[in-house]
Design a protein around this ligand. Sequence first.
Ligand SMILES: Cc1ncc(COP(=O)(O)O)c(C=O)c1O
Length: 398
Amino acid sequence: MGSSKEIMDHAEQALIHTYNRFPVVLDHGDGVFLYDAEGRKYLDFYAGIAVNALGYNVKEFNDAVKAQVDKLVHVSNLFYTEPLANAANKLVKATGLEKVFFTNSGTEAIEGAMKVARKYAFMKDGNNRDHEIIAMNGSFHGRSLGALSVTGNQHYQEAFKPLIDKIVFADFNNTEDVISKMNDNTCAVLLETIQGEGGIYPADPDFLKAVREECSKRAILLILDEIQCGMGRSGKMFAYEHYGILPDIMTTAKALGCGIPVGAFVVGEKACKALVPGDHGSTYGGNPLATAAANAVFDLFEKYNILGNVNEVGDYLGKVLEGLKEKHSCVTDVRGMGLIRGMELSVPVGPVVSKCIERGLLVISAENNVIRFVPPLVIGKEHVDMMAGILDGVLNEV
Ligand SMILES: Cc1ncc(COP(=O)(O)O)c(C=O)c1O
């Protein structure tokens, strides 16, 4: 194997430069630790951006994936497989919704959800010109042209216009603003139950309940994006469970496959018949390898009571972050729930994250002033203490 420097140079020769990667070559992982090409150890508080919920080198997960590799990796959606049937039913049971379509990423799940909304509205009134989707300022839903169209961040959108038409933006957690933008052409309201990339902002309970109610009254579909905050990260399997509501459509990905690419949009009773044969498809979506991974994830979540751990360690993380806020004046806010938390700084976050990484702690940012904590859901309190020790030292220097 080459040195880290050689590997990084080799990669940069051939990769389109869409990422400013950290200067670290990750080689392998174990538990909640990652190791670079020189064998240096890092405590993981980012989980491959909220993906690796079970941590690394998890024997039961690896065995399930390997067994499926040896059996059957892919068949397309022209046939049935048992892993597909099982994973779909597990998702239906976990969400309280009706029907599932598997995708290969979160972005594709958003695309599918948008198509369901448009089709549902088209079936009602035959209009295929004017149906609007209300999305939130500060949101993030992905980079394809459809998902980018509903991502409320000009910086990501600007160079790629024209995007898809009839998207209206409203302020997250502003009930009046969202409701004032609803009209007879509105087919859906799309929001993250906890905004992730936008800076870790949970939906206010009053806001989400009022939007749910108004959507129901007007036959507008409520789409909740749970790609980052779902799959146990908030302390419930899906974050909307904290609010006592159900969406009409929800999107999931990231931790659903714990690193094997798989996503899904899951549709409730109202719109689950909107898509019919010929309306949507994916060659890979829901293939036996991806769905075997998802099945293993659901089974291991239950076996190891992952939600119990998120609640216990998540509460502890919240208290520890509050303590750091009290100690360091550059910390202006801490927020979030479970094991999705943000620490807002009055200074640029980039150098803070870089220093943490140099000291063996992998954290990432959200926006340009928030440190994002989305660790594997199996971390213990001792790992929270270890993280806080490193971060405290770094904050002392800013
Ligand atoms: C809330 C949310 N939606 C959608 C996406 C896009 O998912 P993916 O990168 O798997 O396409 C992300 C990714 O960060 C996300 O956080």
